[in-house]
Design a protein around this ligand. Sequence first.
Ligand code: PMP
Length: 366
Amino acid sequence: MSGTADPKLTDLPLRPELKGEEPYGAPQLDVPVLLNVNENPYPPSAAVIADIGRAITDAAASMNRYPERDAMALRDDLARYLGHGLTTANVWAANGSNEVMTHVLGAFGGPGRSALTFAPSYSMYPEYARNTHTEWLTVPRRPDFSLDVDLALRSIAEIRPDVVLVASPNNPTGTRAELDQLEALCDAAPGVVVIDEAYAEFARPGTRSALELLPKYPRLAVSRTMSKAFAFAGGRLGYLAAAPAFVDALRIVRLPYHLSAVTQAVARVALAHAPEMLRQVDVLRGERDELERWLQTTGLDAAESDANFILFGRFADRHQVWQQLLDRGVLIRETGPQGWLRVSVGTPAENAAFRDALTEVLPTAE
Ligand code: PMP
């Protein structure tokens, strides 16, 4: 155990598969227009801020005690919000759906097991797999980013994955899967299926949630987050609905007291203000549709989005476009397939700034 007192990372006995890895995360830059991580651009109202303050003061009074370990009151509120006849025992919650998904792979993945998803998809998925020692496998989507159900079914039959993970609406493409497609995957999957509905509230009216399928499939889970529709990314609260036994499996791998008393209290405040939070989702949906139409009028491709962001392209040098937008104070995300960029939907003023900047950049972007 001798050596220098201030070792470099390469001097430490890191797990071999972590060598050379970088911590995940988009650049956090201080620029006027932030449209890079699919946040909700609207801060909480004065009434919500005041209620959050009161809830934190109440929680502070018993901060010497550990929090309610099973977050029953919060899970009860979440079940009520989701509807579909769900109860507290059907709902799990953790610090962001990133942690929920880590619990899922901790319980149902692991050494000698595999997880399958449909690429391109959310770039954190392979990291959950790596951290839980789960083999990570992908099957491509169609060129329009829709699910290739025939290929998916063939792959499931061949690979027999322990976990099938589908984001709908998908990140970074914004495209959604139809309920009958998800049902076909549930029928075929030998293990568990997780539908990641992080962006469900932004879907077009009439879109059916995979929550409808829960009574039929005991190995199905539907994951959600308060980060997007509830404008609660800083509060860190993700959740999942499934059969009570599925939730019991997740409780085995969670750390005790994983949800702080402050997180539980503050998330309950945001949920109590659900109608106000969701009114802004309507505004964002309208802005998204307008932005998508505008992108198409510029001659660019824009994937049909049911989320609060749009994947658009294609550019011979997407990095240059990303940089030129940044030079004009607009930060978007360089992610997804080669040639494409992703922009989150902001306030009308932020979207206008994005359109103005892109209009200036486009002539040099061919
Ligand atoms: N799933 C998808 C598809 C996402 O895009 C995100 C956030 N970018 C998450 C899950 C994680 O959300 P959070 O951890 O903030 O709940």
